[in-house]
Design a protein around this ligand. Structure first.
Ligand code: GTP
Ligand code: MG
Length: 199
């Protein structure tokens, strides 16, 4: 039985005026295009196709809100680092996520990073973006099944060293379920009122 039996798509927004009311708690999922954001959302909510996944990068263009329980939301952010995105579109993206960051209900950011790529400069910028507004950050090193055990160990250690106390980090694979329960537990804690009101 899913821990989120009532999870459903709420709305897609292209501008902050369309955001849902800023009440309750929400967690944003961000990362490079194709990093596995939508797949992570589906795995954590135990839904096959709550967020759409794609083999073609850059498919999620809008900011998508999902309600996983009353007043508990997930936000799927458009991926970044996709070469063909025009400057205008990039500016719109920055404005959109800056408006998201200003929301009281935003508890933190789950940053999806392909384990084979590691934390890049755009990822680091996003971590600063979140930390500057006192939002928590948890890095999911995704597609862990695509790397060897040694590569996973090295990637985890490298990320730990780079992130220090700025963010927590773990491995994730939606294919072999590595880290899914741990990530889910953290998401549940962030979305619950008591965890969100402490630190
Ligand atoms: N092997 C493996 N493939 C994965 C995993 N997670 C995601 N993928 C694959 O990676 C591709 C991209 O996944 P998405 O979840 O659509 O990535 P996204 O970050 O939402 O992409 P955009 O929305 O386009 O930015 C898909 O082909 C997924 O099946 C994983 O844990 N293991
Ligand atoms: Mg996506």
């Amino acid at each position: 039985m899913s821990r989120f039996p009532k999870a459903h798509f709420l709305l897609s927004v292209a501008g902050s005026a369309q955001f849902p009311a800023d009440s309750g708690h929400e967690v944003a999922f961000a990362g490079r295009s194709n990093a596995g954001k939508s797949s992570a959302i589906n795995a954590l909510t135990e839904r096959k196709a709550l967020a759409r996944t794609s083999k073609a990068p850059g498919q999620t263009r809008l900011l998508n809100f999902f309600e996983v329980a009353p007043l508990q939301r997930i936000v799927d952010l458009p991926g970044y680092g996709y070469a063909s995105v025009a400057a205008t579109e990039r500016r719109l993206w920055v404005a959109l996520i800056d408006a998201l960051r200003a929301r009281q209900s935003l508890v933190g950011l789950f940053l999806i990073v392909d384990v084979r790529r590691g934390v890049g400069s755009r990822d680091a910028q996003l971590i600063d973006w979140a930390r500057d507004a006192d939002k928590k950050v948890h890095v999911l090193l995704s597609k862990a099944d695509k790397s060897t055990r040694l590569e996973r160990t090295v990637a985890l250690k490298t990320a730990h060293n780079l992130l220090g106390s700025e963010a927590s980090v773990q491995l994730l694979s939606v294919h072999d379920n590595t880290g899914v329960t741990a990530a889910q537990d953290l998401m549940v804690a962030w979305l619950s009122a008591s965890a969100a009101s402490s630190d």
